[in-house]
Design a protein around this ligand. Sequence first.
Ligand SMILES: C[S@@+](CC[C@H](N)C(=O)[O-])C[C@H]1O[C@@H](n2cnc3c(N)ncnc32)[C@H](O)[C@@H]1O
Length: 414
Amino acid sequence: MPHLTWDSKTPPKPVPAALELDAIIYPQGNGYPGTDPENQLILGDNLAVMSAILSEYEGQVDLIYADPPFYTNKRYQVRVGRQEDSRRPQEWQLADGYPDHWPNVESYLDMLYPRLQIMHRLLAPHGTLYLHLDWHADHYARLLLDEIFGPERLLNEIIWVYHGPSPIRSAFNRKHDTILAYTKSSEYTFNVDAVREPYNPKTVKTFASSPKAGFGKVPDLERGKVPEDWWYFPVVARLHNERTGYPTQKPQALLERIILASSNPGDLVADFFCGAGTTSLVASQLERRFIANDLSWRAVHTSRTRHIAGSDTPFKMLYETSLPLERLSGRMDEFNITDSQVEIDPNLVDDLDYWEIDPDWDGEVFHSAAQAIRPRKKVSISRELMFPDPIGENKLAIRLVNIDGKQTQIIYPG
Ligand SMILES: C[S@@+](CC[C@H](N)C(=O)[O-])C[C@H]1O[C@@H](n2cnc3c(N)ncnc32)[C@H](O)[C@@H]1O
């Protein structure tokens, strides 16, 4: 079988990350304080993170969706703060998103290859990997996956088509991505009935008037059809209601189809390039367990707020200890604290993106019992947070995140 080779290609030598449990988030207090969730959102380089969880999760992950940088040689920015959805670019506030910038194709393959190998090890025997790329690198990835999984394990080459503006005038508009789905073995999960879709009304009409139409087989019009391997879903453009401002965010409908087809309720779904947290959010809404991971603090923060707004499932937040996690100490006089409520000074809210409280801070893990998130289209975030239990023997802790990413922690009494 032909293999893809390049000078620096070497077997992976992953060094496991030291992961620290930083917080447990109980969205709107759900599950607080007793629940110990398995769901995880992890900040860190995915090679080190996957290596760290390998001892516990080798052969245990039912579905992996991977949406890595595409080898576009761009640097993506995040739109943050107010006016993110405005049509006037001068009103946008931008921050670093993620780089997809490589000195050469070898360095890109050096990133991708060991990660695909370790994903293969993490997959359960009946598990599936969906690798999402486009024309920049999908041809390389197909050869790498053939090598790692075996060419006979290619389940589908899925083409996701969409519309959108483009400056291109000298070629056809490039408006599709490629998703390569590989199964770990020939016995794999595929819930065909969960993803059937209605036949086109024209097809229904044709068969109603002439059952002999088509290629001689009468389709079960009631049951719906098995989707083709080309999918249309609109991209998450500026005015899309799922929009977070994180770049290259994928539509929930795309992930819904993948998760419904290739996992069951209770299964473990992982995304180690999680970006804005689309996969883990949909997995959680569909009652799957999840592991989400990204190298970018902004991605992990976006995923956190998105989970809190879109699902009441508690989850852990871990980070790779080698990454600097800067947290400043704030001033106590900016808060008005009563038995079951914290009120924040109005001067603080303009730049505030997120805040949360742990009414019983043990000094180690932040048990987030109540959270407030800046609404996307309104001016500011809620100034009050109620917490479910009166302050216990420990202290009260408040954490704040500003639009520019500044994080503050305040302990009461100080
Ligand atoms: C294409 S985006 C993912 C978008 C995501 N599917 C969504 O719907 O929002 C790729 C992500 O991979 C992350 N990433 C790149 N290299 C990484 C690495 N070595 N470890 C973890 N995450 C990484 C980037 O920070 C970025 O958020």
